[in-house]
Design a protein around this ligand. Structure first.
Ligand code: FES
Length: 152
């Protein structure tokens, strides 16, 4: 093989390696925070009980996700009414939902839709087609140091 032929073969391979790296780095992250929207992840089957340890959210504003349920604390007492349990995945196109304690609202990380603690839509998706729906708010109980939500 001549030197020029070898270099031409090598540069073609480098282009493929670079193109592959760029495609990987531009893909959607696991949290749906950027890139192409993905279809919504199904919520757990109705009736499923999802629990978290109460002490994992000691302060007002603390939040945790478990099995597609977003839990967050809105008051200090360790009773069920001090917490909200809702969907962790936005019903619009599957973005991750987070509790914004300072804004007193739930917000989607993908298109910035916002919801109140009753699940009502305060602001629809931004810079994206389609609309969203009200979030499901799940019933909760506190038992033996655990906060338990029943998916509805
Ligand atoms: S995925 Fe939440 S607003 Fe679009």
């Amino acid at each position: 093989m001549k030197r020029n032929d070898f270099l031409n073969t090598l540069s073609g391979g480098l282009i493929l390696v670079c193109a592959g790296s760029c495609m990987v780095s531009c893909s959607t992250g696991d949290d749906g925070a950027e890139g192409t929207p993905r279809p919504p992840t199904p919520n757990p089957v109705a009736g499923t009980k999802v629990s978290v340890v109460l002490s994992s959210m000691p302060n007002v504003g603390d939040q945790i996700k478990s099995n597609s349920v977003l839990f967050f604390r809105i008051a200090e007492e360790d009773i069920a009414g001090s917490f909200i349990a809702t969907e962790a995945i936005c019903p619009h196109q599957g973005g991750a939902l987070v509790w914004r304690v300072n804004d007193n609202r739930i917000q989607c990380q993908l298109h910035s839709a916002t919801y109140n603690t009753s699940g009502n839509v305060l602001q629809g998706p931004q810079n994206s087609a389609g609309s969203t729906r009200m979030l499901k708010i799940y019933a909760k109980t506190v038992e033996n140091g655990n906060l338990i939500a029943t998916v509805g």
